[in-house]
Write a protein that binds this ligand. Structure first.
Ligand SMILES: NC(=O)c1ccc[n+]([C@@H]2O[C@H](COP(=O)([O-])OP(=O)(O)OC[C@H]3O[C@@H](n4cnc5c(N)ncnc54)[C@H](OP(=O)(O)O)[C@@H]3O)[C@@H](O)[C@H]2O)c1
Length: 306
């Protein structure tokens, strides 16, 4: 079985590719040079030549809150192009199975937590990542429309919570929360700084899952794709405050300084916890708790620094 995995050089894609279940398939991971998803012609010719049976779509322009606020138009345009080009060309070229990656950012900002799959498009989006979310919603809807037009297409969208782990981006301009906390606290520890700044009051809650667990969910769901509903949340079912994440990283790194809150900085949605009943009912559960996930991620960070 040939599987085209887009985004194979990214954090999520690399973890999907390296997961032991990947060896049951012939996984194609073209670089952006070989397959630029903003280029429809290239997609068409790639799909024609390689004829994948499955597509796992893990490519996209992804960034933290700073990058999303600074470049909403870029996040909207690139993700819209990437998603719509790939999914519609796959439909035209007869690809029957797509696992499209969405994100918990696609849910309305004021929806009741935990966020159920049916809450999508039931309210206003969070302004700090609206461009990104609109583009991802368009891809999800496109999957659904193409499935209505031809029910033999199994085009589903997974909604991961925030992910962290191996191949995370630790550079300040690109980093997500946990990678950025690790880099900040490590820096404070080695430079003997006593205080670390937290954006906001530390009270907003986030759900984070170790990315290897997400990769295991993808490979668990792929063989069942023709039995799955259009949208499936993938998370841990548990969220923590931002301060909890700082404290867990501080414990892992053995940092004994203190935290100061910068109340002038944006913090995004108050809570973003996924309802994971659907995936639990299918029989999948994550394996890493926060302590273990952060310990492993810190080891990867130390390797990254070498
Ligand atoms: N990270 C998270 O916490 C998280 C949470 C929920 C959902 N997701 C979803 O998971 C997916 C992957 O995220 P990630 O964290 O792995 O991001 P990432 O590390 O930034 O990787 C993005 C990947 O997309 C590729 N890409 C970007 N533009 C492309 C283009 N025009 N043509 C071909 N490839 C292109 C990149 O290739 P280059 O190496 O060439 O740049 C890279 O392989 C995204 O759809 C994201 O929305 C991520």
């Amino acid at each position: 079985m040939r599987v085209l995995l887009t985004g194979g050089t990214g954090m999520v894609g690399r973890n999907i590719k390296e997961h032991h279940n990947a060896s049951n398939y012939c996984v194609l991971t073209p670089s952006r040079k070989e397959l630029d998803l903003t280029n429809r012609e290239q997609i068409r010719s790639y799909l024609k030549t390689k004829s994948p049976e499955y597509i796992i779509h893990a490519a996209g322009l992804v960034g933290g809150i700073h990058a999303n606020i600074a470049n909403p138009s870029k996040f909207l345009i690139e993700n819209l192009e990437i998603g719509c080009n790939l999914i519609s060309e796959a439909g035209s070229m007869g690809v029957k199975n797509i696992i499209n990656l969405g994100s918990s950012c696609m849910y309305p900002r004021n929806a009741i937590n935990p966020l159920k799959e049916e809450y999508l498009l039931q309210g206003e989006l969070e302004p700090t990542n609206e461009g990104y979310a609109i583009a991802k919603i368009a891809s999800q809807r496109l999957c659904e429309y193409l499935k209505i037009e031809d029910p033999s297409r199994n085009y589903i969208t997974l909604m991961p919570c925030n992910l962290y782990g191996k191949y995370d981006h630790f550079e300040q301009e690109r980093s997500h929360l946990i990678a950025s906390i690790i880099a900040k606290i490590h820096d404070a520890k080695i430079n003997n700084k006593k205080v670390v700044e937290i954006w906001g009051n530390g009270k907003v809650k986030r759900e984070f899952m170790f990315v290897e667990d997400f990769a295991s969910a993808v490979w668990f769901l792929l063989p069942k794709i023709n039995e799955l509903s259009n949208i499936i949340n993938v998370g841990t079912g548990k969220d923590y405050t931002i301060l909890d994440y700082y404290q867990q990283v501080a414990e892992t790194i053995d940092f004994d300084g203190s935290f100061k809150f910068n109340l002038n900085k944006p913090t995004g949605m108050k809570q973003k916890l996924l309802d994971v009943k659907k995936i639990h009912d299918l029989g999948w559960f994550p394996r890493h708790n926060l302590e273990l996930g952060i310990k492993k991620t810190y080891s990867h960070y130390l390797e990254f620094l070498r």
